[in-house]
Write a protein that binds this ligand. Structure first.
Ligand SMILES: NC(=O)c1ccc[n+]([C@@H]2O[C@H](COP(=O)([O-])OP(=O)(O)OC[C@H]3O[C@@H](n4cnc5c(N)ncnc54)[C@H](OP(=O)(O)O)[C@@H]3O)[C@@H](O)[C@H]2O)c1
Length: 249
């Protein structure tokens, strides 16, 4: 993919990996539409950046998504890239007493259902462009589960869907990418030791490199190691990802 002169919608870009992507992509000749739920945080994140537009949107709300898409269709008819980066995780144990149904439902809502819905709704606009892309941000835990049990399951669902979407759109103008970050130092990962992770700026750099090279599945940082191990032995990959990690009690 060309990494300049795109109009890029980043779902969830007022913090973390999405904000790093917004900074780097807007600085390299793309117009970036930044979104998030909290208006104050979004406006603060967008204020120092040039070549961006901030639009408040909760991607789990169909009404918000419809408003976002109709605004984009009117104001940014050249939009050719969507990056589905918003994510939700609940830190808990599957042991007795857990509210697994509700936790998994909330995680699936943000990490899978909302992405499937917004992609359906944006496909007609992407189909009109010369070159377009859908980028789904999953995780290393899409390959092997880590200690966020149903979050891992939701990212595995996203990975499976992304493979099917890529296959379906193979002969069209729309390329389908998946970014699989390892542990990244953001607010999101603070409860699971995220301070030991790589920086969101590094992940954004890995993404832009992979995007430029048409690497459809981008294994950022340690994800590449886990991926290789997983291909040799899923059991060893599971052990490596969970080594030294006590199950959450
Ligand atoms: N951090 C890690 O270790 C790690 C590792 C692998 C994969 N990932 C994945 O990478 C993605 C980004 O994670 P991050 O660590 O950068 O998270 P983050 O620092 O918490 O940032 C998340 C961004 O998404 C927005 N957001 C959250 N829910 C939203 C919703 N329902 N609708 C619209 N925007 C929403 C947040 O703003 P508001 O709260 O204002 O909405 C914020 O701008 C997620 O999909 C996550 O699962 C993260």
């Amino acid at each position: 993919m060309n990494t300049t002169n795109n109009t890029i919608l980043i779902i969830g870009s007022s913090a973390g990996i999405g904000l790093s992507m917004a900074k780097q992509l807007s600085a390299s000749g793309n117009h970036v539409i930044m979104t998030g739920r909290n208006e104050a945080n979004l406006l603060k994140a967008a204020a120092p950046l040039k070549n961006v537009t901030a639009i408040v949107c909760d991607v789990t709300s169909e009404a918000d998504v419809d408003q976002l898409i109709s605004r984009v269709e009117k104001e940014f008819p050249n939009l050719n890239v969507i990056i589905n980066n918003a994510g939700h995780a609940v830190v808990y144990s599957l042991a007795s007493g857990a509210d697994t149904y509700q936790n998994a439902k909330d995680e699936m809502e943000t990490n899978f259902f909302s992405i499937a819905r917004i992609n359906d709704k944006i496909l007609p606009l992407l189909s009109k462009q010369k070159e377009a892309a859908i980028v789904n941000v999953s995780s290393v835990v899409a390959l092997v589960p880590g200690n966020l049990p149903t979050y891992s399951a939701s990212k595995a669902a996203l990975h499976s869907y992304t493979l099917s979407l890529r296959h379906t759109l193979a002969d069209t103008n729309i390329k389908v990418f998946e970014l699989m970050p390892p542990l990244v130092n953001t607010e999101f990962s603070a409860p699971i030791g995220g301070a030991n992770g790589i920086s969101p700026d590094e992940v954004a750099e890995h993404f832009i490199k992979g995007f430029a090279e048409d690497t459809y599945e981008i294994h950022s940082g340690k994800t590449a190691f886990i991926y290789d191990l997983f291909r040799k032995s899923p059991e060893e990959a599971f052990a490596a990802l969970n080594a030294g990690r006590a199950p959450i009690q």
